[in-house]
Design a protein around this ligand. Sequence first.
Ligand code: NAG
Ligand code: NAG
Ligand code: NAG
Ligand code: NAG
Ligand code: NAG
Ligand code: NAG
Ligand code: NAG
Ligand code: NAG
Ligand code: NAG
Ligand code: NAG
Ligand code: NAG
Ligand code: NAG
Length: 694
Amino acid sequence: MRLLHQFFFCLFLSSCFALSSLALPLCSDSRAPLEVNSTLSFCPYKVKTCCNTMEDSNLNKQFQAMNISDKGCASVVKSILCAKCDPYSSDLFRDNSDQQSVPILCNSTSSANSTTDFCSETWETCQNVSISGSLFAASLQGRAGAPSNNNTSKLADLWQSKTDFCSAFGGASSNETVCFNGEPVTLNDTTPVKPPSGLCLEKIGNGSYLNMVPHPDGSNRAFFSTQPGIVFLAGIPDQDSGGVLDVDPSSPFVDLTDEIHFDTEFGMMGMAFHPKFAQNGRFFASFNCDKSKWPGCTGRCSCNSDVNCDPSKITPDSGSQPCQYQTVIAEYTTNGTSSDPSKAKNAKPTEVRRIFTMGLPFTSHHAGQILFGPDGYLYFMMGDGGGGADPYNFSQNKKSLLGKIMRLDVDNIPSASEISKMGLWGNYTIPKDNPFREDKDLEPEIWAVGLRNPWRCSFDSSRPSYFMCADVGQDTYEEVDLITKGGNYGWRVYEGPNIFHPESSPGGNTSAKSVNTILPVMGYNHSEVDSSGKSASITGGYFYRSETDPCTAGMYVYADLYGNGVWAGIETPANSGNFVSNRTTFNCADDSPMKCSDSPGSSGPSLGYVFSFGEDNNKDIYLLTSNGVYRVVRPSRCNLTCSKENSTAARRNPGPSSSPSSSSSSCYKHMNGFYGSLMVLFVSLSLILLGSLN
Ligand SMILES: *[C@@H]1O[C@H](CO)[C@@H](O)[C@H](O)[C@H]1NC(C)=O
Ligand SMILES: *[C@@H]1O[C@H](CO)[C@@H](O)[C@H](O)[C@H]1NC(C)=O
Ligand SMILES: *[C@@H]1O[C@H](CO)[C@@H](O)[C@H](O)[C@H]1NC(C)=O
Ligand SMILES: *[C@@H]1O[C@H](CO)[C@@H](O)[C@H](O)[C@H]1NC(C)=O
Ligand SMILES: *[C@@H]1O[C@H](CO)[C@@H](O)[C@H](O)[C@H]1NC(C)=O
Ligand SMILES: *[C@@H]1O[C@H](CO)[C@@H](O)[C@H](O)[C@H]1NC(C)=O
Ligand SMILES: *[C@@H]1O[C@H](CO)[C@@H](O)[C@H](O)[C@H]1NC(C)=O
Ligand SMILES: *[C@@H]1O[C@H](CO)[C@@H](O)[C@H](O)[C@H]1NC(C)=O
Ligand SMILES: *[C@@H]1O[C@H](CO)[C@@H](O)[C@H](O)[C@H]1NC(C)=O
Ligand SMILES: *[C@@H]1O[C@H](CO)[C@@H](O)[C@H](O)[C@H]1NC(C)=O
Ligand SMILES: *[C@@H]1O[C@H](CO)[C@@H](O)[C@H](O)[C@H]1NC(C)=O
Ligand SMILES: *[C@@H]1O[C@H](CO)[C@@H](O)[C@H](O)[C@H]1NC(C)=O
């Protein structure tokens, strides 16, 4: 599946990300391995495995049925059969399909050391041993000369020689696959855990934004959206150019404020540009609206009898009615303002198509980020809907879309009758491999369950299988999750790694035993940042993939919304899916083009509220805060030591700066006047917004 995605992705974006020979532990059906308490009874896997006890016992039966008399051959065949249970099984099989039952066997091509020629070992120990229903024969089906039944066979009946056998089953590890050497895949635990010496930031904009999306045409421009619903298209200054964001506040890209309900936790929560935006001009906004104010704001209520919720029995705060406020994804186009979407400086605020509408039970925790994945599908993050500790247990309810990550196909739009027949919430189709195929109880939109209020997710731009989401905690723990197909991230059975007990639960409970919770990979306790009782709320960021700061390269950077800290997480060992994260300091460059706000009593900048992160087309990372837009710059601009810094700088800046025509100093002045007054509004609203985000 994963290879297929890679292939699709390459077609799609015509730019391929090289997979390192090992990525994340992932099963051949793209699910996360299970965490098990003890060793499986048949296969030699423990802690993390892709087999549950039932699959393990089926493999045992299959093995017994093979009736292999020779002990040496039996042991080799058993290890091959059990490769399915390896936590890296998605990397071990050539096409990752269930039909392919034999992993790639390491052959002499892999290594000069003949003891790792597992393919030869298999041939030599098994060539003259009878195997019933041989898995080697099964994987030959469809090939010329393959046996057409399950009869007992010897390898030597099927292949003329070792060379013949190993050209069919052998291979070496490559960027896409890992060969199997008879043992569970092991990783070298050699990564030194070195937190970066600190992040160096510059301030390049005064606006207060919730979202930043780089222009899909690859240029040095990005879209920025505000919570009230205005989108700007801004030129990004080159690193080291001394420039600031080139944005004209009097000429937004699009202004959607008329349809959007903007309040403490409401507004424009997300935006996404179609991967082929440069050709088709399609873009999407995710926002909240008020049914009592706008007739276009009408959808099915998420509190309904399918999920054991009676809207007449719930009372949202702020004197509103249940499902008065809705969450919406709407599609827009640059058609009509420009024949070439890349040249479009603005778009009309006229909705082309409604993608999704759903009524919200309460007034908080409705996340709302939208994001195109590397597979071309639209991922939609949804919180538990609020009401305090998920009283209706929506996040664990497979029939509810609250507390979930959804995955939608917005390229194939069904007819109105298909939409109503399938009970969809709008104009989209369901990707064929969404997890409801294997778990019929799941609503078909769902990709992952058990989220509380996923506040900012991202795909690693170098490794598409790493889909990270920060999930805001309740009272004790802020978490970062590594999202996999069908994964359950625990809320409200768990808050972070701890069992959670709600004060009241009219919607019932889910027992800890009945769910396979995937624990967070990073996070922090409120007590670490919050000795004074100040709240904590996580804001997820990105894997840092820019060459600007080589000492942060490869780390996942995230922050606390209240400016309580910035963290950098390192995966250790590499590709293990295990992370260690450390709080890192952040400083403002002396030559920052805009003055960073001073933090009282410290030399670093005061970030204010860290609403979100952004990544541009050069993979540089931005912090979107209530005090403005900050960018991570090279460490030496803050006098931080990073020995690797200048070895990459030459590649990064080949020749004189080619920054856009904007004059940064005049732009700075221009923006100050506009934002000076807006900032007062934003900051006061933000205070309220973030107070209740938790
Ligand atoms: C693992 O098993 C032990 C002993 O049976 C038990 O005490 C422990 O709670 C189990 N851990 C998990 C995560 O199930
Ligand atoms: C297993 O193989 C032995 C000979 O090696 C044979 O006698 C026996 O009948 C076989 N059992 C089955 C179930 O095929
Ligand atoms: C081959 O590998 C084995 C075990 O992995 C090791 O003991 C042996 O020294 C290696 N031989 C060579 C020539 O590298
Ligand atoms: C081989 O056996 C399996 C199960 O024992 C069966 O499902 C399959 O159809 C058989 N294949 C052939 C070609 O007889
Ligand atoms: C090793 O595997 C590759 C890939 O299947 C094959 O082309 C090659 O012939 C094999 N080498 C040997 C020595 O068996
Ligand atoms: C594997 O990846 C490395 C580095 O990412 C690249 O240089 C190499 O060409 C890739 N090899 C193949 C076979 O794709
Ligand atoms: C482990 O280390 C050895 C020797 O340093 C190296 O050849 C091998 O590729 C490493 N394996 C992985 C999975 O990184
Ligand atoms: C916009 O124009 C493109 C290119 O002509 C076309 O493919 C697309 O369907 C148009 N979109 C809308 C919403 O009209
Ligand atoms: C599909 O889109 C059209 C055009 O925006 C809209 O009229 C219709 O209500 C949408 N269908 C659903 C189920 O949202
Ligand atoms: C980084 O964090 C880990 C555990 O999270 C801790 O063991 C280690 O000491 C920390 N390193 C530094 C330099 O703070
Ligand atoms: C960096 O060093 C220079 C020269 O030593 C000094 O003037 C400057 O204040 C230092 N900047 C910071 C942020 O420490
Ligand atoms: C890298 O280059 C910059 C300017 O070109 C310089 O200020 C800095 O000290 C250099 N850093 C290192 C680690 O050599």
